[in-house]
Design a protein around this ligand. Structure first.
Ligand code: ASP
Length: 458
């Protein structure tokens, strides 16, 4: 079987001509790397906003940044986008004046609102793919660019949150007949009517996953600016190491602060075909990275510890409340109505609680409180803020008794109180709710007790 590799390079891998050269040499290093999906150019020269955000700001006439309380006008965003492409064209030494004039024309499109937003948002990836292709060709590589509109990458017309439609896979399969290197812009597809529609943010990963799936790649390499998935957030634990192998299930459970290395929808189809996903570092290409696979034999109990901050705890108490059928559902319905994300729902005879994302409560807390009071008439209703949830994860925990006890004992030794405990039903994770101001210390303690001191399987 042909062994082809689909590679996706994120914006941080592609912020300037020096980075372009690194990418070129990675592709050249392995002749199997034949399908290259690219993001929009990354941040460089001090601009702290992404190109895609500037494009959205142009498309929404300034609303995009105003909503984030940023004072950047559409004109400034336009200058930033055009300036970035001008700089990249100059630095890479290609002839790109036609790209610049086409880009400017596209930014002034007269399309109607949602079509216009998606069309403009996609231009970062669109022109970047063309630019990179010219750069590769200039360096003597046999490269071509294929646009979603050329290859029938058909998506639904849910603008800004498009879904891939089934016929897209047959069309993408045709890419297999191409020789040389094929460069594809990430983040967007075309609707059956021929309009550009983008995926949710970070969606270039998704394009990479779908291309890998359609051509049945041997591996999907996701190149970014970190050596892989770390055991815990390396900003907090300096000794944290990269996890060499993880299952799809484990990485989903680890997904949280410090682990948000790629778009999880990108995994869905790769998982169906058992295509491993290899997270690699463009700035350190000899590091093997993290390989995400369907199965692995664990040699350790916990592989990593996820952390989620800014969690609030909605607590209700009344005699018999936990025994009322549908009580938790009533609370969840109210939270769903107000678009509040929920995480865990511990219950007992006389009380129940729901853990939620506290940012989602900012403008809704009072009305939610009133609606819960009206529906369940609790004796106590408290909203407790600023919890952090720490979640050790690992396949090996399932068959090893005592991991939870060991973790709790380590926290007790440090006098850190546990507010909430919840074990995942699959028994490969458990969750401790801790007061936010103890979260750093608690994470370090759990790291030491479960990972650093090595608790191999018994
Ligand atoms: N450029 C898009 C974004 O910033 C897609 C991506 O980079 O994956 O969301």
């Amino acid at each position: 079987m042909e062994h082809t590799v689909t590679c996706k390079f994120g914006g941080s891998s592609l912020a300037n001509a020096g980075q372009l050269e690194k990418v070129r040499s990675i592709i050249e290093d392995d002749p199997n790397r034949r399908y290259v999906v690219v993001s929009a150019p990354g941040r460089d020269d001090g601009d702290c906003d992404k190109i895609t955000d500037h494009l959205l700001n142009i498309a929404t006439e300034g609303i995009h940044f105003r909503e984030q309380r940023k004072d950047t006008s559409p004109k400034q965003s336009y200058d930033s986008v055009v300036g970035t492409f001008t700089r990249l064209i100059d630095q890479s030494g290609i002839d790109g004046s036609d790209l610049l004039s086409d880009l400017k024309k596209d930014l002034n499109t007269t399309l109607s609102t949602d079509k216009r937003i998606d069309f403009i948002a996609s231009r970062g990836e669109h022109y970047h793919a063309k630019l990179i292709c010219r750069f590769f060709q200039k360096k003597g590589m046999h490269a071509r660019v294929m646009m979603p509109e050329d290859i029938g990458f058909v998506v639904s017309d849910d603008f800004s949150n498009a879904r891939v439609l089934p016929e897209a896979y047959d069309n993408l399969k045709e890419l297999k007949s191409l020789d040389g290197i094929t460069i594809i812009p990430g983040f967007y597809g075309v609707t059956r009517e021929g309009d550009v529609a983008v995926f949710s943010r970070g969606g270039s990963d998704l394009t990479g996953g779908e291309v890998a799936y359609a051509i049945n790649a041997a591996v999907y390499e996701n190149w970014t600016d970190t050596d892989g998935v770390y055991q815990v957030d390396p900003q907090l634990v300096r000794d944290a190491r990269v996890i060499p192998r993880l299952t799809y299930k484990e990485i989903r459970l680890l997904s949280s602060k410090g682990f948000d290395v790629f778009h999880f929808d990108a995994m869905i189809n790769c998982k169906k075909r058992n295509i491993p996903i290899n997270i690699r570092n463009t700035n350190n290409p000899t590091a093997p990275g993290t390989l995400i696979v369907s199965e692995r034999v664990p040699e350790e109990t916990a592989v990593g510890i996820a952390r989620r901050d800014n969690v609030a705890y909605i607590y209700l108490a009344k005699d018999g409340l936990g025994e009322v059928i549908g009580a938790t559902k009533d609370v969840l319905d109210i939270l769903e109505k107000h678009a509040v994300k929920t995480y865990h729902y511990p219950t007992d005879k006389d009380d129940l609680a729901v853990l939620v994302d506290q940012n989602d409560l900012i403008s809704n807390a009072n009305i939610i409180r009133e609606e819960i009071e009206h529906s369940l008439k609790p004796d106590v209703l408290e909203m407790i803020y600023n919890l952090s949830i720490l979640s050790p994860v690992g396949l090996g925990m399932k068959h090893n008794p005592g991991i939870l006890a060991r973790a709790a004992a380590a926290l007790m030794d440090e006098k850190i109180s546990i507010e909430i405990v919840d074990q995942g039903p699959g028994q490969i994770s458990f969750h401790f709710g801790i007061q936010g101001y103890f979260a750093d210390a608690a994470l370090q303690t759990l790291y030491k007790s479960l990972i650093e001191n090595g608790y191999p399987m018994t």
